[in-house]
Design a protein around this ligand. Sequence first.
Ligand code: IP8
Length: 246
Amino acid sequence: MTTVLKLGGSVVTEKDTPETVDDDALARAASAVAAHEGDLVLVHGGGSFGHHAAAERGVSTAEGTRSAADAVAIHDAMGRLNGAVLDALHAEGVEALPVRPLSVASRDAAGALSLPTGSVATMLEEGFTPVLHGDGVAQAGSGVTITSGDDLVVALARELAVDRVGLCSTVPGVLDSSGEVIDRIERFSDVADAVGDSDATDVTGGMAAKVEKLLALSAPAHVFGPDGLSAFLAGESPGTVVAGRE
Ligand code: IP8
C-alpha cells in the first residue's frame, strides 16, 4: 500500500510571516507520519518560505525567471523548509530523505510536468520516506517557473502504483458556500461556485486548483485538515473525498 501525502505549506509554517515554521504543528504532523505503516511519499508546500521568496521576485506558475540567482533564492528558501521538515521527521524516527525537484523535474511549454521517479521508487524499496516539495522548475520557453506540491502529488500518483492520495490543508476539507465540509466530489462543476482562492500569499492557486488536479487522478484523493491527518494515515476518510476517475 503506497500513499502520497502532501502537507500544505500553511499547515507547517506561519504563512503570513516570512520563513517561520509552525514548530508545534510540524511536530504533530511528524508524529502522525511516524505512526503510519506502509510506504509513504511526502510532499510539502511552500508556505511562508517558497511563496514569499517567489512573490518577492515576481515568479509564479505563469511567470518564469531567467535569473539563476532568483531561481536559486526560491530553491534555497524551500531547502530551508525542507530541512526543518526532515529534522522533525528524523526526531520521530522517520527515515526521511529529500528529493528536490529543481534538479530533476521539468515542464513542457504547455506546463505539463515531467518528474523522474526512479529515486523515489528505490528509496521506498529501501525503507526510506522520500520528501519532495514545491519548487522552481525549468520550463520550456519560460526559464524557471513555480511547480506546486499539488502538481508533484499528481505526477507521483501517475508514475508510481499509488493507492491513496492525501492533501492535508488548514481547512477540514473542501467547504461549500456555507462553510460545511463537502463529503464527496466527483465533478468540478458540482463545486465550482463554492471553491475560492487561497487568502494568504499563494502563487500556485487555491482550493479550486487543487480540486481540479485531484479529479484527474485514478486513485482516490482526500482533502482534510490537520485534525484528520492521523485518521487518513490509519486508512480512514476524513474531510472530502475527491473521486474523479475512481
Ligand atoms: O505551496 C509552492 O508549492 P505549493 C512552492 O505546494 C513555491 O503550491 C516555491 C512557491
